[in-house]
Design a protein around this ligand. Structure first.
Ligand SMILES: [Fe+2]
Ligand SMILES: [Fe+2]
Length: 151
């Protein structure tokens, strides 16, 4: 499988977004007040790195395995965390809201970009990653609901 120049450019831009996601989740894992939220951000960060690796495979002409499942919203049922100050909680809420906006942006980029690809296999990969991003956002949403961060 060989990508066209335009396809290569799109995959390269998506990879930049994935690298940004890795960095953001690492930053947010370091800054979050709730240890449970730190863990969630750390887990997703590692999954974003897998996405970046998958895009690298595409750039090298190989279709990566999309059956490797990352963290799933289904079956994730966080409990309300105790012992976090109101101020700490407000800060964690900001991190969650901000990263959900990032996930929405990235998922939309995949959805828009995949229309330009000739290969069904590549479209399937981009579609699988888009679904992963929706899963990330849904997990954080569930965390927000459990922790009464949704007004
Ligand atoms: Fe990603
Ligand atoms: Fe994501």
């Amino acid at each position: 499988m060989k990508l066209t120049q335009k396809e290569t450019q799109l995959v390269t831009e998506l990879k930049t977004q994935e690298q940004l996601c890795v960095q953001k989740y690492n930053f947010y894992a370091a800054q979050a007040n709730d240890p449970a939220l730190k863990d969630l951000f750390q887990t997703i960060s590692e999954h974003e790195q897998k996405h970046s690796d998958m895009l690298d495979s595409l750039l090298q002409g190989t279709i990566p395995d999309v059956k490797m499942k990352g963290p799933m919203a289904e079956g994730y049922s966080p409990k309300e965390s105790r012992g976090i100050t109101a101020e700490g909680k407000a800060f964690d809420k900001f991190l969650c809201t901000d990263i959900i906006a990032t996930e929405k942006y990235v998922a939309t980029a995949y959805n828009d970009d995949l229309f330009y690809f000739a290969s069904t296999d590549v479209r399937n990969v981009l579609n699988a990653i888009m679904t992963d991003e929706q899963n990330h956002a849904e997990m954080i949403w569930k965390y927000k609901v459990a922790n009464k961060m949704v007004a």
